[in-house]
Design a binder for this molecule. Sequence first.
Ligand SMILES: [Fe+2]
Ligand SMILES: [Fe+2]
Length: 140
Amino acid sequence: MDLKDFIENLKNEHQEYIQKMENWKKLLHFKFNEDLLEKIINFLKEDIQNHAEKEEERLNQKIEEKYPDFDSQAIIFAHDVLDEAIEDVIYYYEKYKKNKKYKDRLVNSIEKVFTMLKDHFMEEENFLFPNVYKEEKEWL
Ligand SMILES: [Fe+2]
Ligand SMILES: [Fe+2]
């Protein structure tokens, strides 16, 4: 897969994830249940982690092959910040399982991560990815 197709694939995942999060944000208020929580936790632990790994390993590698002066640490740093917020969700999820009074804090932590993820996807699409395209054009 070339760099452009790879980026298109990442953008499709962003769209899919944004739709899921928009839907879950509503359900958190109107149809809160254990099943919903499990889906969200799974999404954060599996889908988001896999997506981040693809970017940190394959995307960084593909960009670096073309542009050796590319700073790949920026993506990794942004993901570390997201990871910390995801850790908070898991922390409150464990607390909630033992004591339901943690529900509000759990919901807040989930909403915070959803907002951060959406902002992160937009930042990648508006700043990081176009840069790759731009430079690629110059190199043609
Ligand atoms: Fe990312
Ligand atoms: Fe991404």
